[in-house]
Design a protein around this ligand. Structure first.
Ligand SMILES: [Zn+2]
Length: 186
């Protein structure tokens, strides 16, 4: 059983470390500055059983690493302040706005109780005018928890709202939350 199995695909080199202490779980992490993907696996697991798990973990780890590189929280916070000035007369206050990687199926969330806004890292990769809509949408939730008429009146101050919603529908990210009436919360 090989301890080191160099990968043939692009990306970091694979290093598999088997441990008798591990019973079932397989974990992966990038080490050596991202050059090596270290896999920790149970000693008893066969290479054949391990292969699909590694593929899965590799995709996830690389996706997160890529997102972390492109998602700039400071730029996001700066843009939120600017949109607050442009569309909310600078009257909104929040505790935190930042990108997160655990929102694959929604573009963001706002928790008014803690004044916390989280934006899916996927929004770091959409056009700025779409991202602006998402930020305005979540900012508006600081004033209006539900997706009622008053909420949309606030959001529609942003002139590209309809176009941006169309863009997000095409990505499969707009629609769900609009019907739930349950914010964009996890
Ligand atoms: Zn919403």
């Amino acid at each position: 059983m090989p301890k080191d199995s160099p990968t043939t695909t692009d990306g970091p080199t694979l290093r598999i470390t088997r441990s008798a202490r591990r019973q079932k779980t397989v974990s992966a992490r990038l080490v050596e500055g991202g050059a090596v993907l270290e896999i920790l696996a149970p000693a008893a697991m066969t290479d054949a059983a391990l292969a699909p798990i590694i593929d899965n973990l590799r995709a996830r780890v690389l996706r997160h690493a890529e997102a972390a590189k492109t998602a700039d929280d400071e730029a996001l916070a700066r843009r939120a302040r600017e949109l607050n000035r442009l569309y909310f007369n600078n009257r909104l206050r929040w505790a935190e706005i930042r990108y997160v990687t655990n929102q694959q199926h929604r573009y963001g969330s706002c928790t008014p109780a803690t004044q916390t806004i989280r934006i899916s890292h996927r929004m770091a990769a959409v056009p700025a005018w779409v991202r602006d809509y998402v930020i305005v949408h979540e900012l508006a939730h600081l004033l209006e928890a539900n997706h009622g008429a008053r909420f949309w009146k606030l959001v529609n101050r942003y002139p590209k709202t309809e176009r941006a919603r169309g863009y997000l529908i095409a990505l499969g990210l707009e629609g769900d939350e609009g019907e739930s009436g349950d914010l964009d919360r996890e």
